[in-house]
Design a protein around this ligand. Structure first.
Ligand SMILES: Nc1ncnc2c1ncn2[C@@H]1O[C@H](COP(=O)(O)OP(=O)(O)O)[C@@H](O)[C@H]1O
Ligand SMILES: [Mg+2]
Length: 258
């Protein structure tokens, strides 16, 4: 990233600001005292061994369950999410492995999955297929993709799948996209698609949290790396100021952050 880009990012108000986040599951302390600030267009890699608390943190931000302690500010306001719809409604999206597309549905259906346009028809509520196809076509044109709303995802190329995933985040006006190990079990080619998707989200000023064990991916796309260990944040560094070796040492506990 250019020096100007870094300065611009540092000046912007945080999109997400976590303070003192803790989570207990019965006797298990999954998270303790986690602070995390992310600005628009920042890509933050979240790393840590199994059980470090990464997924729990993402689930709290996504509204799957509330934290036991701490506060969440989103876009400058304190938020209390009770269900995933609450976080989606303010602009938080979770992209799952394989870009989370439903293979047997059309491109348009995938873009609107979970937020289908509806139309009242007397006492009936019908899906507005025409409206969804028209809007999906607009989004694909904006992305300069040749994807057609009727195309089935299973017949699509990697680039077209990516366009569908990006169109979803555009439609929702996402401000923060979280990816929990999106590249854990996919081919090298698909990994490249995911990394390229992250670059495009960043270009649009969307903040990204990427959970990954893949050090090269983290160093290829992230501005910062956050290391978790046993539920605590152990390090939070610009990738330019660290190395894969140091991050590995922080993950295992061989090294404590300065
Ligand atoms: N729903 C749950 N109920 C009980 N314990 C949980 C639950 N979710 C996570 N944990 C525990 O919280 C800790 C952190 O888990 P998790 O956030 O999944 O770690 P990571 O994603 O870094 O591997 C682990 O000890 C895990 O067993
Ligand atoms: Mg996990």
């Amino acid at each position: 990233m250019s020096a100007t880009g870094t300065a611009a990012t540092a000046a912007a108000a945080p999109v997400l600001d976590l303070k003192g986040i803790g989570k207990q599951f019965g006797a298990i302390r999954a998270l303790h005292g986690v602070d995390l600030t992310i600005r628009p267009g920042e890509v933050v890699g979240l790393m840590g061994d199994n059980g470090a608390g990464k997924s729990t943190l993402v689930r709290i931000i996504a509204g799957n369950f509330p934290p036991s302690q701490g506060t969440i500010h989103f876009d400058g306001r304190e938020v209390h999410f009770h269900r995933p719809m609450d976080s989606r409604s303010v602009g938080i999206e979770v992209v799952y492995q394989d870009l989370a597309l439903a293979n047997n549905l059309t491109a348009a259906a995938n873009v609107f999955l979970g937020r289908e346009l509806k139309r009242n028809f007397g006492p009936l509520v019908l899906l507005d297929h025409k409206g969804m196809e028209a809007r999906a076509l607009e989004l694909f044109r904006e992305l300069r993709s040749e994807t057609r709303p009727h195309d089935l995802v299973k017949d699509m190329s990697g680039g077209q799948r990516q366009a569908v995933a990006i169109a979803r985040t555009r439609l929702s006006n996402a401000k923060l996209v979280m990816m929990d190990e999106p590249t854990a079990a996919i081919s090298v080619r698909q990994v490249e698609q995911v990394l390229s998707l992250i670059h495009r989200l960043k270009e649009q000023g969307i903040a990204v949290i990427l959970i990954s064990h893949r050090m090269p991916d983290i160093f290829a796309v992230c501005d910062r790396v956050v290391v978790m260990r046993r539920g605590e944040k152990k390090a939070d560094k610009p990738v330019a100021d660290t190395s894969p070796e140091e991050v590995t040492a922080l993950i295992t506990g061989a090294k404590e952050a300065a």
